[in-house]
Design a protein around this ligand. Structure first.
Ligand SMILES: [Zn+2]
Length: 265
């Protein structure tokens, strides 16, 4: 899938978690719901850091372009080092290491550690990166022209304001993990969920996605998981824009309403 569909699916997934959490008597304070949805929308772009033309590889100028090159080489290296007999030869690292459950959980754990142990600046850093990505993903058409500096300013301002709101007592830093040393630990959950939702999105496209690496499936360790072949579509096709994106918005809207106690349960 392309950036906007990935971001929307990420936001919808977090709002869905919010609805489930409300049903399980762990309702999210509204800042947790909103900030989590934005983090998840941004994190849902992150796996494509192995792909130069992707939104994320351009989001932070030369910094993300350089990081993209490193991640792509690293991914290809890990692919070659762990490839089984049935895995085909590859020239590039796109859709390998960063498109696995292991990577998603690793990113989530990393973000939780930064937010929990890094103090206010740690939280701000995680928020800033993901807000910039969320703006790039959700407002893709508007940003495409390349006003990166404006997006960075928006990300920085948003991160500053939202970090302030989250930090107020009862406004979200203690959701799910209530001990004082566990503040902001939940921030890794939308980060991991976003990466996983990205993989599921890619699994619906023609190429599939090696989510379960390194678990061997048949003669492959990088088995491209996916929906049945007749259901798959090309990234950026009409299915994605006319069917999936409105669907994600609908699911997100209803879930958000449930999560805040405005609808039903
Ligand atoms: Zn991808």
């Amino acid at each position: 899938m392309m950036g906007p569909a990935h971001s929307l699916s990420g936001a919808a997934a977090w709002l869905g978690v919010g609805a489930v959490a409300a049903g399980m008597h762990h309702p999210m304070p509204w800042p947790t719901l909103v900030v989590g949805a934005l983090i998840c929308a941004g994190a849902a772009l992150a796996p494509d850091l192995d792909h130069k033309p992707a939104t994320i590889s351009r989001a932070f100028g030369p910094l993300s372009r350089g990081l993209c090159e490193i991640v792509e080489k690293l991914s290809l290296g890990v692919y070659n080092a762990t490839r089984a007999k049935g895995d085909p030869h590859r020239n590039g690292g796109h859709r390998t290491l960063t498109h696995t459950l292991v990577w998603a959980v690793g990113c989530g754990a990393g973000a939780s550690a930064i937010a929990t142990y890094g103090g206010r600046w740690g939280v701000l850093a995680v928020l800033f990166v993901h807000l910039v990505l969320a703006v790039d993903g959700l407002l893709w058409k508007e940003v495409k022209g390349g006003h990166h500096v404006l997006v960075w300013l928006l990300g920085a301002t948003g991160a500053w304001l939202l970090a302030g709101v989250l930090d107020d007592p009862g406004m979200g830093k203690t959701w799910l993990f209530t001990q004082p040393e566990q503040h902001y630990l939940w921030i890794g959950v939308p980060v991991a969920l976003g990466a996983l939702v990205h993989c599921l999105g890619d699994a619906m496209t023609v190429s599939g996605c090696p989510i379960l690496w390194p678990i061997p499936i048949g003669r492959k360790r990088w088995y491209p998981m996916g929906t049945p072949h007749f259901m798959r579509f090309k990234a950026g096709s009409w299915v994605e824009i006319k069917v999936l994106m409105p669907l994600f918005m609908g699911i997100g809207g209803v879930s958000g309403g449930v999560a805040l106690g405005l609808l039903g349960g």
